[in-house]
Design a protein around this ligand. Structure first.
Ligand SMILES: O=C(O)c1cc(=O)[nH]c(=O)n1[C@@H]1O[C@H](COP(=O)(O)O)[C@@H](O)[C@H]1O
Length: 297
């Protein structure tokens, strides 16, 4: 799997994120393991509640899963809470993923006015940025178009983005189910993601690099709101597997028309199995096998 990048503005010559992710999911199964070093998990693993603890935790997860799952997703919040040493630990985790042949989705949920978005795009998708993994999560609630600098940077460097559409938490409905000119906001976001993927799809990519976040817990919301997940033609990150109650059955229900694009994500449910590397891998493999069966059938 290539991780080489081109500079913003240059045409990206290698496989885009959607293609690389699609290949990784086909080879290893659909599971993404979230790296969320909660204080309780650090304690359980016998690690200190500081940047050294979070670094050790994350590197152990990456080592245990190296080459075994399609992707991991470090949650930036749990690194940011330790200030600059925590951010250094996030940078090391991102670099370790590259060395371990794991696609890395940095869960930072950024979104701002366009001019500020340039800065976030440089930070999380810039050619040589140490905070850039293979993709980053973005919030479109200042307007989808504000994300354009990040989408452009992702496409220019062979990276990807995941835009929050229907989040796994119940409070998200207040914003995401609301109507804008008679159309649910989540449906508009899905349409705009589909448009952003059109060129890559026309060029023959199996998936575009502009993904959506649709929680495994959202039930019939996509159907009820007319969110056409099949038309997005980008990866669909589905957090909420495990600790939030989602599982294989929910994935099949929510993503009926787009199962091959789903990247189900689970954090606490897998991480609880640690710190033993073998136990951690076994937990990830068990969930991955169930999900693989669910998306295949
Ligand atoms: O973008 C995300 O990953 C995300 C979106 C969403 O709608 N819901 C959601 O839970 N997440 C993230 O996914 C992870 C879920 O963790 P667990 O509930 O422990 O599996 C957390 O890092 C959340 O921030």
């Amino acid at each position: 799997m290539t991780t080489s990048t081109a500079g913003a503005g240059e045409a990206f010559a290698g496989a885009g994120f959607g293609t690389r992710l699609s290949e990784a999911m086909a080879a290893r199964g659909p599971l993404c393991v979230g790296i969320d070093p909660h204080v309780g998990l650090l304690q359980r693993w016998g690690l200190p509640d500081d940047a050294r603890g979070v670094r050790e935790f994350s590197l152990r997860v990456v080592q245990a899963l190296a080459g075994q799952v399609a992707a991991v997703k470090p949650q930036s919040a749990f690194f940011e809470r330790y200030g600059s040493p925590g951010m250094a630990a996030l940078e090391e985790t991102i670099a370790a993923c590259r060395a371990a042949d794991l696609l890395c989705v940095v869960d930072a949920k950024r979104g701002d006015i366009g001019s500020t978005m340039d800065g976030y795009a440089d930070a999380f998708l810039g050619k040589d940025s140490t905070l850039a993994g293979d993709a980053v999560t973005l919030s479109p609630y200042l307007g989808f178009e504000t994300l354009r600098p990040a989408i452009d940077a992702a496409l220019a460097t062979g990276r990807g983005v995941f835009v929050l559409a229907l989040t796994s938490n119940p409070e998200g409905a207040q914003v995401q189910h609301a109507l804008a000119d008679g159309v649910p906001v989540a449906a508009l976001i899905a349409r705009q993601a589909a448009a952003a993927n059109a060129a890559e799809i026309e060029a023959g990519a199996p998936l575009g690099s502009v993904g959506l976040v649709v929680g495994a817990t959202v039930g019939s919301a996509a159907r009820d709101l007319g969110v056409d997940l099949g038309a997005v033609r980008g990866p669909l990150l589905a957090p909420g597997v495990g600790a939030q109650g989602g599982g294989a059955a929910q994935i099949r229900d929510v993503f009926a028309d787009a199962l091959r694009a789903v990247l189900p994500s689970s954090s606490r449910d897998v991480l609880r199995a640690g710190p033993d590397a073998g136990d951690l891998l076994a937990a990830a493999q068990a969930i991955n096998a169930e999900l693989r069966h669910a998306v295949a059938g």
